[in-house]
Design a protein around this ligand. Structure first.
Ligand code: MG
Length: 383
């Protein structure tokens, strides 16, 4: 029985993880679960799966409220990090949304526990620090993002040095064919209607702007130790091929399935084995034609801008990510237009200064400050 912690259990990746665990009660036991705000759903899951330790990260610790019926309740990030360190856990699945997931990733690695990583921001903000901690740790870093899981599965026991390049696939989101003249009128509802993947709001908007694919390029750079010129992305509208890996000899492998997060989650939990499971059925004969197209610069300018930030490195990815998270909140609140997401990030990158090789404190402080600054003063930067 593998003991797992699921951070962000009430979100979209959390829901898929719950389905995987429900289908394999003999293999996995959830011993720790966290939610940011959705207490009701957290308690319901705790009852179903008999989860002993629960954390609500949006609330601060309150000595009187640690016990609710027979549940052990904890509050805030500090208590979560302490539980990750102290509890008997084999693998931590980090599905926290955004920069808030960084400390949980670092703590898991420092505690010598395996990290199934669905929080791409951990690597985007602090890939250099995660890598350094990994060198000192027995932890394994297991990708949960479907593209990286595909590459990881294709790579199997081969060495990174055998990779010529990786090609990440991108569905193209809801605006793959929308005339460019209509981009200024894009609504929140249109943006949240993703054609192939059902995901949380933040990643759905990132998929429309293609920021998500740029974050994944940065993630691939750190996960597979590849220089940026060996990481590409192509449009593949049906999301059947989850990524390609080309070996040094020119041979290309790909991993296919219907679009679902359940397979990448299962593989992260069972690596290096593919266990018997009945959670996804992909019928080859009913698949749509496999089509590919290049990413257009005028349609997805944020992909190219954000990828460049990754290449520059230092504190720039943190700044970019913080402004992106602010821009998404502003767009969801209908305070800015869809096209302003790019404009706000581009303006911030012009204005803010980079720092090379930032330490953890600088990353965390900058993330908070930049996020607040652009959330409040966005009008000033959009003129
Ligand atoms: Mg992905």
């Amino acid at each position: 029985m593998k003991k797992i912690a699921v951070l962000g259990i009430t979100g979209s990746i959390g829901a898929s993880t719950v389905e995987v665990v429900r289908a394999h009660p003999d293999k996995f036991q959830i011993v720790l679960a966290s939610a940011h705000t959705n207490q009701k759903k957290l308690f319901k899951l705790a009852q179903e799966f008999h989860i002993d330790h629960l954390v609500i990260t949006s609330l601060e610790a309150n000595p009187d409220s640690h016990l609710l019926d027979d549940l052990r309740l904890y509050f805030g990030e500090k208590e979560l990090l302490q539980l990750i360190t102290e509890l008997d856990i084999d693998i931590v699945l980090n599905a926290i949304t955004g920069a808030a997931g960084l400390l949980s990733s670092l703590t898991t690695i420092r505690a010598q526990k395996d990290l199934a990583l669905a929080n791409k921001e951990s690597l985007v903000l602090a890939g250099h620090l995660i890598k350094k901690e990994m060198q000192k740790s027995r932890s394994r870093l297991l990708p949960v993002d479907s593209e990286h899981s595909a590459i990881f599965q294709c790579l199997a026991s081969h060495r990174n040095s055998e990779i010529k390049k990786v090609i990440l696939t991108a569905s193209g989101g809801p605006f793959r064919t929308l005339p460019l003249a209509e981009f200024s009128k894009i609504t929140v509802a249109q943006t949240l209607a993703h054609p192939t993947w059902s995901m949380g709001k933040k990643v759905t908007i990132d998929s429309a702007t293609m920021m998500n694919k740029a974050l994944e390029v940065i993630e691939a750079h750190w996960l597979f130790d590849l220089p940026y010129e060996r990481i590409e992305a192509v449009l593949h509208q049906h999301s059947i091929i989850h990524s390609f890996l080309q070996f040094a000899d020119g041979s290309i492998l790909a991993q296919l399935s219907k679009p679902t997060m359940k397979l990448p989650i299962l593989y992260a939990l069972t690596h290096p084995q593919h266990i018997e499971a009945d959670i996804v059925h992909t019928d080859i004969l009913s698949l749509p034609p496999l089509e590919f197209a290049p990413l257009e610069k005028d349609r997805f300018p944020l992909f190219f801008l954000a990828r460049k930030c990754g290449e520059t490195g230092g504190l720039l990815p943190t700044i970019m990510n913080a402004v992106n998270e602010a821009a998404i909140s502003l767009f969801l609140a209908e305070k800015i237009h869809y096209t302003d997401i790019y404009r706000l990030i581009a303006a911030a990158l012009e204005k803010e200064n980079n720092i090379e090789n930032p330490d953890l404190e600088t990353i965390i402080t900058t993330n908070t400050e930049i996020h607040q600054k652009y959330l409040q003063d966005y009008k000033e930067y959009l003129n």
